[in-house]
Design a protein around this ligand. Structure first.
Ligand code: ASP
Ligand code: MG
Length: 418
């Protein structure tokens, strides 16, 4: 069995879906994981915001747009006006969820998951139906029933052991050799829908690969493979042919948008190679990520955007020492604030964290706990692995640099957004 994952950008048009069909043309024993088409997840976040604000009209407008967008793709795929019953049912359900939800702030994450999951439910339904229509028999898998997650919404972790039994029995029921399942979504022990964090489809695919002992997993993307920098931000980006798991985790953690950070562990545990391949050209080899690989010999630049720099100090001027660290971090964990860089001096602890929903509450709680907290917004975190003198001078110096942390191989820079 192989696992292929197709991201939203790849299947954002009917041509993309037709190309997916070409890519899997001569495959058998394949599990296909698909994300929501194009920017559908962002649009569904807007639907959720409508509910959050008590603005039903706003939600409905967004649903109508999302419906329309998918209807266009369907008609293009079937060469004429066409409605897919299953897709209609899903959109009706979504409308109903929005109409009937009595929003309570403490359930925000629950409703968020319930709503955004429709992106993947719709995309996989279309793709599964289209493949059947185009002569590729397959089975649609409801990952809400097979990916058992922890009881946590919006950023859930998968319980691989529990999911194993569920997924295996779902596959056994069928004599298909090609399966189509949603990335990004799962189900909690209480039966509610969960999501695995934005861009979580890679992680879904890796869990499936682990459970099915896949010979390999491939992520099909709109780039030639893993590049040493984001070409939109850094010109002269180059493709890397091979990477090992460890470097990949470091890169993903630093914010490289190659792969969701949780993806590697399930693969590494079973020693499954991961290919990052160009969706536009299936003859190109892309990048392979596996246990052993040749060392990377170009500097790697990773920019993590939308960061906040928190500078924390005890109000009584006592040192911020280890015993305080534990309290600070467990408080941040409670508010789901993700820390990306830690820098401490005698009296200050500086943390570069992802900007997130609960950051304001976390800061309040820290203040209540006796700390002064300074909050610098609009920051970004630049990580350079294998930096050169030239890169150092270009990026690690200057008035916009707030924190700079270097080891022999890597420098990390917290800077004000340009
Ligand atoms: N559709 C989800 C997102 O856009 C998951 C994914 O693309 O991996 O975040
Ligand atoms: Mg997506």
């Amino acid at each position: 069995m192989k696992v292929y994952k197709f991201g939203g950008a790849s299947v954002r048009t009917a041509d993309g879906v037709r190309n997916l069909r070409k890519i899997i043309d001569d495959e058998q024993n394949l599990f296909i994981i698909v994300s929501a088409m194009g920017k559908t997840t962002n649009a569904l976040e807007k639907v959720f915001e409508g509910i959050q604000k008590g603005n039903q009209k706003l939600s409905n407008e967004h649903i109508a747009q999302i419906r329309e967008y998918h209807a266009t793709i369907i008609s293009d795929l079937w060469h004429g006006p066409k409605k897919l019953e299953q897709v209609e049912v899903l959109f009706d359900e979504l409308e109903e969820v929005c109409a009937n939800t009595v929003y309570r702030a403490e359930d925000a994450e629950l409703w968020y998951d319930r709503i955004v999951a429709y992106g993947e439910l719709v995309s996989t339904t279309i793709i599964s139906e289209y493949l059947a229509y185009a002569g590729v028999p397959n089975k649609w898998i409801d990952m809400r029933k097979c990916m058992r997650t922890e009881q946590r919404h919006k950023d859930a972790e998968v319980n691989i052991e529990k999911s194993k039994t569920l997924l295996q029995s779902a596959l056994k029921e069928s004599d298909a050799t090609i399966f189509v399942g949603q990335g990004f979504i799962g189900g909690a022990p209480d039966g509610t829908t969960t999501t695995l964090g934005r861009e979580g489809s890679d992680y879904s695919a890796a869990v499936v690969a682990n459970i099915l002992n896949a010979e390999s997993m491939a992520v099909w993307k709109d780039v030639d493979g893993v590049l040493n920098a984001d070409p939109k931000i850094f010109p002269d980006a180059e493709k890397i042919d091979e990477l090992n798991y460890l470097d990949t985790i470091e890169l993903a953690y630093s914010g490289a948008q190659i792969i969701h950070p949780r993806t590697i562990k399930p693969l590494q545990n079973k020693n499954i190679p991961l290919y990052v391949r160009p969706f536009g050209d299936k003859l190109k080899p892309g990048t392979v990520i596996r246990g052993m690989s040749a060392p990377v010999n170009v500097p790697i630049l990773i920019l993590k955007k939308d960061q906040v720099l928190l500078t924390i100090r005890s109000r009584d001027f006592s040192f911020v020492l280890e015993e305080k660290f534990a309290g600070i971090f467990s408080l941040l964990e409670r508010y789901r604030v993700k820390t990306n860089l830690i820098h401490n001096s005698a009296i200050n602890l500086s943390l570069c964290v992802d900007n997130s929903w609960h950051i304001g509450e976390a800061v309040e709680a820290l203040r209540d706990a006796g700390f002064d907290v300074m909050q610098a917004e609009n920051m970004e975190l630049l990580t350079i692995r294998g930096y050169t003198d030239e890169l150092w001078h270009r990026y690690a110096c200057g008035p916009q640099v707030f924190v700079q942390q270097a080891t022999q191989a890597t420098v990390r820079i917290v800077r004000k957004r340009e």
